[in-house]
Design a protein around this ligand. Structure first.
Ligand SMILES: Nc1ncnc2c1ncn2[C@@H]1O[C@H](COP(=O)(O)OP(=O)(O)OP(=O)(O)O)[C@@H](O)[C@H]1O
Ligand SMILES: [Mg+2]
Length: 492
């Protein structure tokens, strides 16, 4: 029977015999339940007591085993707990140690960083200090070199100062040795040499006396006026800070011009540091259309010439100021411009009057025919002799002594004649050689006072002019004699 035939059979069976089948299956089920109950509950009951006893023993054993195991487990649990505690403590300790270690490590790192920083800083400091020390060393070296240089310079300066001091000391001693006669000091090296008159055009005449009021200024101005009338270009130089000659020669308004400070004055020549002729030239004041000029003075001259003198005395190597006027007047610039130079000196030894003596070819000495005036002339001549002998004015000659405020030789009073006679001998003694006394006297004349007020020249007066002509003729004669003999009026 195939499966399909089986299926049909069963289906028919169920449809036709359902109750029979159901009863069959119920019977089968009851049989199975009875068999099971018998086997499960009734049959095994006999074996089970023994078995049970065995099982009880086994259970007791197992219980004991379990109890032992439990005890072991409990012990193990305690041990485990203890170990866990220990482990926890250890972990704690490890953690604490770790943390401590970390802290220490951190601290150590910080310390190291700090140290590194310090090392770096100290390195930096060291570098800075090194470069600072280097700079200091360089500065020290430079300072040492500067000090050496300074020492060398200081030594040079000290040596130079010592030399200067020695020179200065010698200089002061030399001045002291002069015992006040400072003008007699020998000319310094570099002093302007005297140009012989043969090599020059204009003779230089210094009108001088150590006794004042004898007519020096009047004689200078009036001689210049008459020389001018004779066609000569005359330069008159006022060497007296009282400025009498300047006042005599110039109108009042021109004198006021001079006082304005930028005036043309002789003092500018004394102030100059060199090129004295040019300075003199630039300070000339024209007196007339014929070409005569004045080198004017003012009160300022006193200070200026004293200053020049002080510099000369203090500085051993300063220009010898006694030859300042010689430098100016012997120069071709002045010499070629004039035919005659007349110097009006003050009645005392001033730097200006010494300059006049050192510059002049001739000295003309006016004198009044009274005893006091006459006695002053030999004193002057003795001085001049001494200065000439000391080479201060080696080339200077005495032109002569001219009597002022007298009339003619043949009209002198007995007293005047006596004075005049004595004068000749006294002059010769003082000068240590013959001294010319002029034949021509200048008479007393009111025109001198009037002319001074009118700012004209008394010699231009019709009565006085021939007298001055005679005087000039005698002067020219004396000059000619001097040229011939080169020694009539010089130190023999
Ligand atoms: N021959 C003379 N007749 C009249 N008066 C004169 C004569 N000579 C000069 N005087 C007058 O005498 C006075 C002095 O003259 P002067 O100024 O020329 O002398 P000094 O020697 O230059 O004087 P100081 O010492 O002041 O330089 C003046 O008033 C002048 O007018
Ligand atoms: Mg005078």
């Amino acid at each position: 029977m195939n499966p399909l035939e089986l299926f049909h059979f069963l289906t028919n069976l169920l449809r036709n015999e359902a109750e029979v089948i159901a009863s069959f299956f119920v019977g089968v089920a009851i049989t199975l339940v009875g068999a099971y109950t018998l086997r499960r509950w009734v049959l095994p009951q006999r074996d089970s007591d023994t078995e049970l006893a065995k099982k009880d023993v086994e259970i007791h054993r197992k219980d004991a085993e379990i109890a032992r195991k439990d005890a072991e487990n409990a012990a193990l649990a305690r041990k485990l707990e203890a170990e866990e505690r220990q482990a926890a403590e250890l972990a704690n300790s490890i953690e604490t140690t770790r943390k401590k270690h970390l802290r220490e490590k951190k601290q150590l790192r910080e310390d190291i960083e700090q140290l590194n920083k310090q090392v770096q800083e100290s390195g930096q400091n060291h570098t800075e200090m090194s470069s600072g020390a280097e700079a200091l060393r360089a500065e020290l070296e430079a300072a040492r070199k500067a000090l050496d240089l300074y020492k060398r310079k200081a030594t040079t300066v000290v040596v130079s100062y010592k030399k200067q001091l020695a020179v200065q000391t010698d200089h002061v001693k030399a001045i002291e040795a002069l015992e006040g006669r400072i003008w007699e000091a020998p000319p310094r090296a570099g002093a302007t040499p005297f140009q012989p008159l043969e090599d020059r055009q204009a003779p230089i005449i210094a009108v001088t006396n150590l006794k004042g009021g004898v007519g020096m200024t009047s004689l200078t101005a009036n001689l210049a006026a008459v020389f001018g009338q004779q066609g000569k270009k005359v330069l008159v130089v006022d060497l007296d800070h009282q400025a009498s000659l300047t006042n005599l020669c110039l109108p009042l308004e021109r004198i006021k011009d001079l006082a304005r400070g930028d005036g043309k004055l002789l003092s500018n020549v004394f102030k100059a540091r060199g090129d004295f002729a040019r300075v003199a030239w630039n300070n000339l004041t024209h007196l007339d259309d014929a070409g005569s000029c004045l080198l004017a003075a003012s009160e300022e001259l006193a200070d200026v010439e004293e200053h020049a003198k002080a510099q000369w005395l203090i500085q051993p190597d300063a220009f010898d100021m006694r030859y300042l006027l010689r430098s100016a007047l012997h120069d071709p610039l002045i010499q070629n411009r004039f035919d005659m130079v007349l110097l009006d000196c003050p009645p005392r030894w001033t730097p200006a009057s010494i300059n006049a003596l050192a510059a002049c070819d001739f000295v003309l000495i006016p004198v009044l025919l009274d005893r006091t005036s006459a006695e002053a002339v030999p004193r002057l001549l003795a001085w001049l002799h001494s200065l000439k002998a000391k080479q201060v004015c080696a080339e200077m000659s005495i032109l002569g002594v001219v009597g002022n405020r007298a009339w003619r030789k043949d009209k002198l009073s007995t007293r005047e004649r006596g004075v005049w006679k004595t004068l000749r001998d006294n002059c010769a003694d003082a000068w240590q050689g013959p001294v010319h006394l002029f034949e021509r006297f200048v008479p007393t004349n009111a025109r001198f006072a009037d002319a001074a007020d009118e700012r004209t020249f008394a010699a231009l007066d019709v009565t006085l002019y021939p007298i001055f002509e005679e005087l000039i003729a005698e002067i020219e004669q004396r000059r000619a004699q001097h040229d011939e003999s080169r020694g009539v009026a010089t130190v023999s």
